[in-house]
Each structure stands twice: as C-alpha cells, then as structure tokens.
Design a protein around this ligand. Structure first.
Ligand code: FE
Length: 182
C-alpha cells in the first residue's frame, strides 16, 4: 500500500465522524480546506498541507467531543510526526503549526478571535489561548509560519455543511508531487 493509499484509507475509515464540534465530517472539512487552498492558487505542497492538516485527529482516534471534555488532543503534533516520515517541511510544518497559527492570529489580528466558531474558541483555551507578543515573535521566526497562517484561514472557513467539492482522488497528483519533492 502506498503512503497516499494509506492516507485515503484513513479518511475512509475514520473520516466520517463529525469534525470537532462542527456540522461537517472530518473528510468534508479536509476536502473543503484543500479546495480553498487550490482556489487561492496555493502550490502543491500547501494544498497537500491544507488537505492533511487534521490528519492527527484521524490518527489518534479520540472522541469528537474531546474539547468539550476539557482535553486537547495535540493533533497537530500527532499529524506532523506521522507526515514527516513521508513529506518535507513545506507540508509538515504548516500542519505542526496550524494550531499555533490560531493563537498567533488571535494575538495580532483584531477581530480574528471573535470571528472563530464557538468550538474553535473553546479549543483555543485548551491550546493555551492567544500568544503573548513575545510568543508571536517566536512564531514569526518559524520558516513556514506564513504557510501555517494560510492553512489556518482556510481551516476556519472549511466548515460549510453540504458544500460540494472534489473528492480525495482529485488530490492524488498533488500528493504524489509532494512526496517526490521531499
Ligand atoms: Fe481543521
């Protein structure tokens, strides 16, 4: 089984659960996020990062109500750890940093926090809340922080119930290119 087939099997097996506290499934959320990246003209790696940013949710298999139970699954680390066996930093780092990007945007962008969904505001508290100015500076020193911020913005939008978007197979060529570019 190729890496891409493994990923698609993971979505098929685990992706039909609700995306944490939202009205879309994990797979629908991932596909909407990737589509937004594609529509924005993102390169192959960034589209792949958008598609795979929450793969940690599928890997750790925790309940969808984890945030309501007061737990943070640290899915960004679980996802990045798995992905780095196969993909380079252009994919791994935006995945690893997409939660940090939320904390960053809450610190530097007026109004960003208030526009987050209730579920995202709840998980923010478990994830440590908005960055301090010092933490924001440390984040900006990450080579891929802008990609992480881009993924984060698509992540925030990719929660529309019933939206029709291309399926996983549509992304196979981009994922293959990203694997080769490692
Ligand atoms: Fe997400």
């Amino acid at each position: 089984m190729t890496v891409i087939d493994q990923l698609f099997a993971l979505f098929a097996e685990k992706g039909s659960g609700a995306y944490f506290g939202e009205d879309v499934t994990e797979t629908a959320h991932a596909l909407q996020c990737a589509r937004l990246a594609e529509e924005a003209g993102a390169d192959d790696a960034l589209v792949a990062a958008a598609l795979l940013h929450d793969v940690g949710h599928l890997l750790h298999g925790m309940s969808e109500n984890i945030a309501k139970e007061g737990l943070d699954g640290q899915h960004e680390d679980a996802g990045a750890e798995w992905l780095q066996k196969h993909f380079g930093p252009a994919i791994v780092d935006p995945v690893r940093l997409h939660v940090a990007a939320k904390r960053y945007l809450c610190a530097v962008e007026p109004g960003y926090h208030d526009d987050l969904s209730p579920a995202s505001q709840l998980s923010l508290r478990l994830q440590g809340g908005p960055f301090t100015p010092e933490e924001a500076k440390v984040f900006e020193a990450e080579p891929w922080y802008q990609s992480a911020v881009a993924v984060r913005r698509w992540d925030d939008e990719a929660k529309i119930p019933g939206l029709l978007v291309p399926d996983l197979e549509h992304y196979r060529p981009k994922l293959e290119a990203a694997l080769l570019a490692r």
